[in-house]
Write a protein that binds this ligand. Sequence first.
Ligand SMILES: [Zn+2]
Length: 673
Amino acid sequence: MTNPLLTPWDTPFDVPPFAQIDDSHFQPAFDAAIAEGRDAIRAIADNPEPPSFANTIEAMELAEEALGRVLGVFYNLAGADSNDARQELQRVFSPALAAYSTEITQNAALFARIDALWSARGDLDLNEEQARVLMLTRRSFVRSGALLQGDDKMRMAEISSRLATLGTEFTQRLLADEGEWFLELSEADLDGLPAFVIDAARSAGEEKGVSGPCLTTSRSLISPFFEFSPRRDLREKAFHAWTSRGARGGKNDTRAIAAETLKLRAERAALLGYDSFAAYKLETEMAKTPDAVRGLLMEVWEPAKRAALRDAAVLEAMLHADGFEGPLEPWDWRYYAQIRRKAEHDLDEAELKPYLQLDRMIEASFTCATRLFGLEFKPLDVPLYHADVRAWNVTREGHHVAVFIGDYFARGSKRSGAWCSAMRSQKKLGGAVAPIVVNVCNFAKAANGKPNLLSYDDARTLFHEFGHALHQMLSNVTYESISGTSVARDFVELPSQLYEHWLEVPALLEEFATHAETGEAMPADMLKRLLAAQTYDQGFATVEYVSSALVDLDFHDGAAPADPMQSQAETLERIGMPRAITMRHATPHFAHVFSGDGYASGYYSYMWSEVMDADAFEAFEENGAFDVATAKSLEDNILSRGGSRDPVELYTAFRGRMPGVEALLKGRGLVDV
Ligand SMILES: [Zn+2]
């Protein structure tokens, strides 16, 4: 029997033939692809010809095509639609990939060729993109320990492999822990909840196989429950479950993994000659140093905390007026904030929600891309990996640009959160390749075929992930290693967060926010109130986020803490964390930091990018929200460029200068505090 992962795909736009792929195909395809990559790398390293850019760097770019194909499919499924077999494969692949990549970075003959090219770079007649790829390739070898010798080199390999295993283990334990907890609700427990929360609770009950409604840790269910349930006892119970994810003891507890991870990261940084893991990590980011990150976070922290404490006093008075004694607790915040929002902005999430239909919001996100960049979206009928998943053919002036796949609904087999990934990245080397880009979200699916409705936050998430998708789809580079979102971590959120701003353009919601039952447009007054409410409760949101970012930075700036929970407590004490607010992600479920090292000492990145997106959108405010010339400059200077230039240069080319924090503080409504 042939393995569809190893044969050419006779499908529209080479979309993976999901209907023919079985879990039993992954291991043999993985083994064959690794073997192919290993042979290709060996041929490059042992090439008797003197090193050239083409026979070394370009050959490396092409060495892992088969592997990229297999992993593109596999990791998409493992994240969006997991099962026992896929989890087991992840446990096998993860250390094998780490070992493979260590084998490459420790290949002395290969590194000698790269280093020789680097020394001769002035004479190689490289274009700007090639020079950048050479620099990045050599730097990643050096950072992986290519200059280490003897025991240090061995230890480095051990650490990398162990860290990869720990990252997978953290993810899997957390997923298992999140999947295990649920709280059955009686009909009386539903009192006061809006219909969409009740629907979501009934759907969750069906999925869990219980007779009635239930509450799960899915963000789009539990978060509105905190906002709307008048039952303080249930909110407290649910809140403890929500915030103790990964810290309930037993086989799914992640705390020991976090501690070991931090220790190994610090050791790796020391081996490579850095003061700390943060110093090592930030070298390749726009921020460059831990001090620059701390500077930004603290510049925002104090105004945010002042706003939050002022709000806490108002909410606590509301709690007391309800007949409760004692201080405002974290499980009270969202509930009273929602009531206050309604009172001050007369904005009722339940009233708003029928206007935010998933399909209309998808259309809105597409239409923006049509108006700005001339992209068109047509449904594409191909077999995908789950009945809820949809695909579109993306074209411009009749030419195929990309395949876009949307996987929007929460289900037990999907990890939490929302993300964008490229199942296949854009590149031109070896023949032009158009990308296949996937957006995965966790929106609650309506029961009984009712229209799927989003909260405003959900709609923002949809736009956010679609912004990442545009960065992938509009990518126009030669080399895959710098394609699309392959950029510095603190730059990668710029396109996504920038795209969220279009959701705030009144003309867009006027057109697409139509009522699910009546089809009527959102009343002008409601729209006005909705947009005015966007800076509401930003003290809370900013405190939640910045505290997480500071805990992450402290974990990695200096010696590794023996007890991360203790270190977390010390950081929160030092910065004066308001008692009624908790971190957005506490350590035991801080997947950004512990599922891999992508966002380790990098959680600040969202805010670093926000400094830019707030400023970048001002360019559109100055010239018009759908000004095509500004959009073209954004595409030419940023969206199409991937990692082909230093992000400071890319941003400056678009905007003429780098921004300060003013636009961000203004955007969050924190300037007057
Ligand atoms: Zn993002």
